[in-house]
Design a protein around this ligand. Structure first.
Ligand code: ME8
Length: 536
């Protein structure tokens, strides 16, 4: 039972199609949400972190057929791949939704009834283009324009992905999306941070300003989908079904007091995190659907860029694909960097809003510089010295020692607040910089204060205790701040310095106040946290 005395923080990933195994791109979005979910738990929120699988539609049905399976059987066979990878990458989701589950069927059918009542639904017939890989409709004008630009000579290709289109002619229900243009523009005007980062908002706004067409939301030419409750010749268009998952997971359409309390507590969501490819579905269609049925709108949609593979010869980012032979599997990166190094690299070296060019050489560089040489090295030096000079323990605070000035406590002042300003907005690169400033300063401090020399003079015992205490305190605070990125390492560091009671912290600001290190507590030196990667 959720503790509803804490504020709710509801964050979602897209639900991924089960036509392919999870890959570096889907893992990127999922880790990005995980970091935010873990951060919010540290800030005392009651978090619900939702991910899942999108199992209906032509694309999934085709994938099943290609593998000689029934669609449901195929989806069931794919679920373990997603669940296993998320476990391996330390994804702390609280729920995993599949669109073939009874709760989704019930909720989508409830949505149909509400739509029918709203007056924004009508029956008609669709005659136009459809891209199966994108599960998207395109108008004649869009297709003609793209074909002219591409010189496709009679073949009609998808304006977005360039793959061949299908001609669809069928009876269909339509959602009156065109009626929402003004209300959507008003939303963007009144809530400029509804779409993040800013430049994506401009893209969405100009799309809507260009005019909206009604959307076909049911299909009659195939049947792998949720039946329309009042017309069972029709199945739900896969996006109309998929978007609804966000409401399903928090109890929408369930007539029990518990479900209604959950819905009231959780909805609206704070963040839908998506890739830039599906921004229109989340920033145009989804809010219009919610407006039609009178539900509150999510607070933010954060659209991140795409991961590209850096071509070492040209220095340019290229789309990842099997046919180019440049696709990188998540397991390859885990093998190189370990899970925590994997998370750290993608979250702190790729700016979340923009496309990011990734490469193995850059991964090694970041790992060695930040994790092996800076963070790992600092922890190992400080714990070793503490153990060596203080009989296997953290030094006691020496009341005789008066000089309390040190550069580290100054840098640490207000650090949790500076870090949070960035974490709140998913600015992970900048948040990491705030922590690494303290880590780098601590490494310099070791050199400048030369504890190994101080240790030789018994008259300087107070000074030695102070130096080691300062280092351990900087480490304690950094470990807390790095928890969302590398939860296992941070927990291990806190354990090694005898602070395991702090591992499940729910008040980051309080934990990061300087001066809380316990003295006389046993320390464990342990193995290197991040062994340096040798040059291949
Ligand atoms: O669109 N870089 O599912 P999908 C970064 N089922 N992220 C990437 C990426 C890349 N190269 N490639 C994919 C769907 N992604 C729908 C969603 S939600 C109601 C329904 C990520 O399996 C990114 O988050 O095609 C993108 O938006 C998502 O995978 C698309 O996943």
């Amino acid at each position: 039972m959720a503790d509803r005395s804490k504020p709710s923080f509801f964050i979602t990933t897209p639900i991924y199609y089960v036509n392919a195994k999870p890959h570096l791109g889907t893992a990127y979005t999922t880790v990005l949400c995980d970091v935010q979910a873990r951060y919010r738990r540290l800030k005392g929120y009651n978090v619900k972190f939702l991910t899942g699988m999108d199992e209906h539609g032509e694309k999934v049905e085709e994938a099943a057929r290609q593998h000689g399976m029934e669609p449901q059987e195929w989806c069931d066979s794919q679920a373990p791949f997603f669940k296993r990878l998320w476990e391996e990458l330390e994804i702390s989701n609280d729920d995993f939704i599949r669109t073939t589950e009874p709760r989704q069927v019930r909720s989508v059918q409830y949505l149909w009834d509400r739509m029918q009542e709203s007056g924004y639904l009508y029956k008609g017939s669709y005659d136009g283009w459809y891209c199966v890989p994108e599960e998207t409709y395109f108008t004649e004008t869009q297709v003609t324009k793209a074909d002219e630009e591409r010189h496709t000579e009679g073949q009609h290709l998808c304006p977005d992905c360039g793959r061949p289109l299908e001609r669809v002619q069928e009876e269909s229900y339509f959602f009156k999306l065109s009626a929402f243009q003004d209300r959507l523009l008003k939303l963007y005007h009144e809530h400029p941070d509804f779409v993040q980062p800013d430049f994506r908002m401009n893209e969405v706004r100009s799309f809507v300003e260009g005019g909206l067409q009604d959307l076909s939301v049911s299909r009659t030419s195939f049947d792998w989908g949720i039946k329309v409750p009042f017309d069972d010749k029709h199945v739900t268009y896969v996006w109309f079904d998929a978007l609804q998952n966000y409401l399903t997971a928090v109890g929408y359409g369930v007539d029990t007091p518990e479900a209604q309390a959950e819905l009231a507590f959780r909805w609206p969501a704070q963040y839908h995190v998506v890739g830039k490819d599906i921004i229109r579905f989340h920033c145009v269609i989804w809010p219009a659907m919610l407006m039609a049925i009178g539900e509150a709108l999510p607070e933010h949609v954060f659209a991140h860029g795409f991961l590209m593979v850096r071509n070492e010869e040209t220095g340019k980012g290229e789309k990842m694909s099997k046919s180019r032979g440049n696709a990188i599997a998540p397991q390859d990166v885990v093998e190189l960097l370990g899970v925590e190094g994997y998370r750290y690299y993608f979250m702190t070296d790729v700016t979340p809003g923009e496309d990011g060019a990734i490469s193995f050489s850059r991964m090694e560089q970041v790992y060695n510089a930040d994790l092996a040489n800076s963070w790992g090295n600092l922890v190992s030096r400080a714990l070793n010295m503490s153990a060596k000079y203080f009989d296997g323990k953290t030094p006691e605070d020496d009341p005789e020692w008066v000089s309390r000035q040190n550069p580290l406590s100054q840098i640490a002042q207000g650090i949790a607040q500076r870090y949070s300003e960035h974490m709140d907005k998913i600015e992970y690169v900048q948040a990491k910089d705030v922590v690494m400033e303290l880590v780098h300063a601590a490494n310099h401090y070791v050199e400048d204060s030369a504890p190994w020399t101080v240790a030789k003079d018994p008259a300087r015992a107070g000074e030695l205790a102070d130096i080691i205490r300062n280092l351990l305190e900087a480490i304690r605070i950094s470990a807390h701040l790095l928890t969302p990125f590398m939860p296992q390492t941070s927990a291990e560091v806190l354990r090694r310095m005898g602070a395991e009671a702090e591992v499940d912290c729910e008040d980051l600001d309080a934990a990061c106040v300087w001066g809380q290190l316990a003295g006389g507590v046993e320390v464990t030196k342990g193995d290197a946290l991040f062994p340096r990667l040798a040059k291949k």
